[in-house]
Design a protein around this ligand. Structure first.
Ligand code: URP
Ligand code: ZN
Ligand code: ZN
Length: 466
C-alpha cells in the first residue's frame, strides 16, 4: 500500500510548506518534491489542502458504564466517528473496580476494543484503590505501555474516588517510574454538599441545579490542592477537562514555579457557556465538570494561546436524548457527558485558526503533537516526520460545513453544535497509510485499529511546546 499526496501544504508545529508526502507500508516514507510513482502507487492531488498529522484525542469514554447507563458510542462506532473527524488515535480508560486488580480492568477493556477499533487506540488506567502493592502496579502498567493513570477527586458513590493520601502516594511514585496522573479535579465534599442543598428545589431549578451546584471554585480548589501535592512530591499531574478560568491561573503560576503540572481543556469549555442550562433542553449539556461562564471560556482561550493549556481533548462520553431523558427533571440523575471526538479538529480550526486566535501550526500542536508528547506516543504519532506512522489528514481549510447530528457518524442523535457553520473539514483521513474516511464518511476497515503501547515519560520533559 503506497500513496503519494501531491502538492499539499504540509503543516507541522513549526512550519507550513508545499511538498509531496509518500506513505508506504503504514509509515511516512518520504517528504519532498517530484516523486515518481512506482507501479501500483496511488497518487492523490492535495493541492489547496493542508496535510497534517492525524488528530489524537487523549480523552474518550466509549461504551462506558456510567450514571446508570452505558455511553452510546462503542469502540466500533466511536473510532469510526474519530476517523470521520480527522482523529487517528484515541485514548480511552480502563477503570479499576475497587478491590480488584487494575490489570483486570485493562484486560477487560482490551477484550472490548481489540478487533473492533477502526483507528489506533491506547488506554489510560484508572486507579481507584491505593494499597501496599499499588506502586508495583503502577510500574507494571508503565512496563505494559500504559504510563498514564486517571484518578478522580470526586465520584464517591461510584467507588472511583481517590482521597488526598492516595493521590499524594501515587504522585510520589510517578516521580520515580515515569508515569503521570491524569486528574479529575473537583472538590468532593463541597460538591456533595451543594448538590444536596440545591436538590431540595430540584423541581423548580431543572437543569440550572446542575450549574448552581458545581461552581468554578470547586474545580479551582481541587486543582490548587493537586498542585500542592505535585510540588511536594515532584510527581507529574495532568488536569483533565479543565473547565474554569481560575484553574488556568493556578496551573500557570505552578508551571512558572517549576511544578510538573499540565492541562487539557475541551471544545465544550471554550465554545459553550452556562447559559445553555436555561434552554428548554438544557439537561442535554450536563457534563462533569460542568460548562462554566463566558468569562471562564475566555480565560481558557487565553490559556490555549499562552500555553498553560497544553492540548485539546474532548472527554467524549455520548448519551442520546433518550438516555438523557432518564433525568425526569431531576438534575442529579442526568447522565453526564456529550459527543465530541468527531468535531474537535474542525471546531478548533474554525474557532481557533479561523477566528485568528492561533495559527494552523498551533492547531497541529494542540490536537496532535502535544497530545502525542505528553502521552508517550511521540514521534511514532503526532508528526509528519519520515518513519512516523502514516496517520495523516488531508484537510480542506475552505470547505463549508453545517453541523447536524444526522450527518455525523456518532450514535448520538443530538449535537451541542447543531446548526453551527464551520469553515474547514477533513477531506481524507489515513490511518497507518490506509484510507479511513473521505469527506466525513467512514470508508475504512472495521477492526483495522491496533492497541498502541506508549513510552513512559523520560527525556521529553522540557520539550513540551507551549
Ligand atoms: O461528563 C463527563 N465528563 N463524563 C465522563 C466522566 C468523566 O469524569 O470524565
Ligand atoms: Zn473526569
Ligand atoms: Zn472523562
Amino acid at each position: 500500500m503506497s500513496t503519494i499526496l501531491k502538492g499539499g501544504t504540509l503543516v507541522t508545529e513549526t512550519d507550513a510548506f508545499q511538498a509531496d508526502l509518500v506513505m508506504d507500508r503504514g509509515t511516512i516514507a518520504a517528504v519532498g518534491r517530484n516523486f515518481q510513482p512506482r507501479k501500483g502507487t496511488e497518487v492523490v492531488d492535495a493541492r489547496g489542502m493542508y496535510v497534517m498529522p492525524g488528530g489524537i484525542d487523549a480523552h474518550v469514554h466509549f461504551q462506558l458504564p456510567f450514571c446508570g447507563t452505558v455511553s452510546s458510542d462503542d469502540f466500533l462506532n466511536g473510532t469510526k466517528a474519530a476517523a470521520c473527524g480527522g482523529v487517528t488515535t484515541v485514548i480511552d480508560y480502563a477503570i479499576q473496580t475497587k478491590g480488584r486488580p487494575v490489570m483486570e480492568a485493562v484486560e477487560k477493556r482490551r477484550a472490548e476494543a481489540d478487533g473492533r477499533v477502526c483507528v489506533d487506540y491506547a488506554l489510560h488506567a484508572g486507579i481507584t484503590d491505593w494499597k501496599d502493592g499499588s506502586p508495583r502496579d503502577l510500574r507494571r502498567l508503565v512496563a505494559y505501555g500504559i504510563p498514564t493513570v486517571k484518578m478522580f477527586m470526586i465520584y464517591r458513590k461510584e467507588g472511583w474516588m481517590a482521597d488526598d493520601y492516595m493521590l499524594f502516594s501515587a504522585l510520589e511514585e510517578t516521580a520515580r517510574c515515569g508515569a503521570m496522573i491524569e486528574l479529575h479535579a473537583e472538590s468532593v465534599s463541597l460538591l456533595d454538599g451543594l448538590v444536596a442543598r440545591y436538590h431540595r428545589n430540584w423541581k423548580r431549578l431543572g437543569a440550572r441545579g446542575h450549574a448552581l451546584s458545581r461552581p468554578a471554585f470547586a474545580e479551582e480548589e481541587a486543582v490548587r490542592r493537586a498542585i500542592m501535592w505535585a510540588g511536594a512530591t515532584g510527581g507529574r499531574v495532568y488536569i483533565v477537562h479543565m473547565s474554569a478560568g481560575a484553574s488556568a491561573d493556578a496551573v500557570r503560576e505552578a508551571q512558572e514555579r517549576g511544578v510538573r503540572v499540565y492541562a487539557e481543556t475541551c471544545p465544550q469549555y471554550l465554545l459553550l457557556d452556562d447559559s445553555v442550562f436555561r434552554k428548554r433542553n438544557g439537561h442535554l449539556y450536563a457534563t462533569c465538570p460542568q460548562i462554566k461562564s463566558k468569562a471562564d471560556a475566555e480565560r481558557l482561550w487565553r490559556g490555549v494561546t499562552n500555553g498553560e493549556v497544553s492540548l485539546i481533548a474532548t472527554d467524549t462520553c455520548t448519551f442520546t436524548t433518550r438516555q438523557k431523558a432518564m433525568w425526569g427533571g431531576d438534575f442529579t440523575k442526568i447522565p453526564y457527558g456529550m459527543p465530541g471526538v468527531e468535531t474537535m479538529v474542525p471546531l478548533m480550526h474554525t474557532f481557533g485558526v479561523g477566528a485568528g486566535r492561533f495559527s494552523v501550526n498551533r492547531l497541529v500542536q494542540l490536537v496532535s503533537a502535544n497530545p502525542a508528547r505528553l502521552h508517550g506516543l511521540y514521534p511514532q504519532k503526532g508528526t509528519l516526520a519520515v518513519g512516523a506512522d502514516a496517520d495523516v489528514v488531508v484537510f480542506d481549510p475552505r470547505r463549508k460545513h453545517v453541523i447536524s447530528p444526522r450527518r455525523l457518524q456518532t450514535n448520538c442523535d443530538w449535537s451541542p453544535y447543531d446548526g453551527w457553520r464551520l469553515t474547514g473539514w477533513p477531506a481524507l483521513v489515513f490511518s497507518r497509510g490506509r484510507l479511513a474516511a473521505r469527506n466525513g464518511k467512514f470508508v475504512g476497515e472495521e477492526g483495522w485499529g491496533r492497541f498502541v503501547r506508549r513510552e513512559p515519560w523520560g527525556g521529553i520533559e522540557g520539550r513540551i511546546q507551549q
